[in-house]
Design a protein around this ligand. Sequence first.
Ligand code: PRP
Ligand code: MG
Length: 179
Amino acid sequence: MLNDIQEVLYDADQIQQKVQELGETISREFEGRNPLVICVLKGAFIFMADLVKTITIPLEIDFMAVSSYGQSTKTSGVVKIIKDLDASVQGRDVLIVEDIIDSGLTLSYLIDVLERRNAKSITLVTLFDKPAGRKVELEADHKGFVLPDAFVVGYGLDYAEHYRNLPFIGILNPEVYEK
Ligand SMILES: O=P(O)(O)OC[C@H]1O[C@H](OP(=O)(O)OP(=O)(O)O)[C@H](O)[C@@H]1O
Ligand SMILES: [Mg+2]
């Protein structure tokens, strides 16, 4: 598995440091608001778990599974809801927790869904941002690291469902998928 990584971009310590900073910012921003914190599965599961431990104010969590990449390194362009939220977002301050914004299609779709369900406010936090991949205009309210235009894996992010368990984020050797 490690042999497939071309370059480590950020190691586990650098990621933890950044997650801590994001948690402190979010704790200040949401003081007194009891946000509904939504994890966008599967990719955001590790970031979500680490992030909520650094947030010091009361909150609720929920999960939504969406998928558009499947077994590919390119978006299919079609975002499918695999699992919906349990909670209602009506009148709630929502914090969407995402691992990466690439084309922006996943989050623009989700924001649209949550707006139609009458969320009171929607705030986006992403650990990784790949601006070179954008197909629609979208900017996170809080972001961790800006990444180069390369397909990355680790810390929750996959290629064909593998590599999510790597503790760092790294560039996947293109030989793995250019076959
Ligand atoms: O900005 P975009 O181009 O839409 O890409 C970002 C989305 O793609 C990945 O999810 P994926 O569809 O691979 O599902 P997964 O989280 O289960 O891996 C990632 O976890 C983000 O949710
Ligand atoms: Mg994926």
